[in-house]
Design a protein around this ligand. Structure first.
Ligand code: ZN
Length: 290
């Protein structure tokens, strides 16, 4: 099945658009979408190879996704926002070459349903209801976006991402949440049921870029893994790391808690790729380029 998934995009590439044939005729540059479609709130890997290629960028979903060097070429994570509408989208790959003008490849990416659920109403205690104010929400979103939109060219991790804890899921990524004041929010991470004080582990190696409280996320740690990939561990009761610190995969970075806009002890775990929040459980299953 995997082989088929890999072959189909290649065939599309070879038989596809004029722009691609143009590239192929000149220098056998190959762009491969390593997926048949992408679900809302997930990321896929796009690879790029060819003689004289020194890099490239993808333009899609009104965003830019950079390529990074891997064995035999370059790879990029194409991340789809959870709110992206279900349909086909144009994708343009700009290929940079050591000698000659950049070339472009144009294709199509199909976005499929993220199959998000609607959860039972969340009941926030009265002393936390102010955390549903849009001003509070927007201020926190802006701060997180400014962190998540940084792209560190260095890659700090190897292999697959791992779970931050071995604990049952209480709430999946992307769910629609009604609160007791009538507010509706989307879930930006994945939640695990964890008693206050349970160790929380880094999903992959990286550099800590944030380690302090936020109104909604509570005490949280954000790790920059490089290549525009970040993980966030929220509602913690204790933080054991400081900004600038390098942490290794599996290292305990803090203890779970119930801080911020939380209705009970749990760990909220977020992953952002190129500034787009995606399903962490899907990302740890994604085969990483090497
Ligand atoms: Zn959560």
């Amino acid at each position: 099945m995997l082989k088929k998934l890999l072959v189909v995009p290649v065939l599309i590439a070879l038989l596809g658009l004029g722009a691609l044939r143009h590239i192929q005729a000149q220098s056998a540059i190959v762009v491969t979408l390593n997926f048949e479609f992408l679900r809302q709130g997930t990321a896929g890997v796009v690879t790029l190879s060819g003689e004289g290629v020194v890099g490239g960028v993808i333009n899609a979903f009104e965003r830019i996704y950079p390529f990074f060097p891997v064995t035999g070429g370059f790879a990029a994570f194409l991340a789809v926002p959870m709110e992206q509408r279900i349909r086909d989208y144009p994708i343009t790959v700009t290929v940079y070459r050591a000698d000659g003008e950049p070339l472009t490849w144009e294709g199509t990416v199909r976005v499929a349903s993220g199959e998000f659920i609607r959860e039972p109403t969340f009941v926030l205690p009265s002393e936390k209801l102010h955390l549903l104010d849009m001003a509070v929400q927007e201020s926190e979103n802006a701060r997180l976006n400014s962190i998540y939109s940084v792209v560190t060219p260095e890659r700090f991790w190897e292999g697959q991402f791992s779970l931050p804890a071995n604990a049952p899921t209480t709430s999946p990524f992307g769910s629609v949440r009604d609160f007791n004041d009538g507010s509706v929010r989307r879930h930006t991470g994945h939640d695990f049921r964890m008693a206050v004080g349970t160790p929380v582990k880094a999903s992959a190696s990286g550099r800590v870029v944030y380690a302090r409280p936020l109104d909604i996320h509570g005490s949280n740690v954000i790790i920059d893994h490089g290549w525009g990939v970040f993980s966030n561990y929220s509602h913690l009761s204790q933080i054991f790391v400081v900004p600038g610190q390098i942490v290794l995969q599996g290292e305990v970075i803090g203890l779970s808690g119930n801080t911020g806009r939380s209705t009970g002890p749990h760990l909220h775990w977020e992953i952002a790729v190129n500034g787009v929040l995606i399903n962490p459980m899907d990302f740890i299953r994604l085969k990483m380029p090497t």
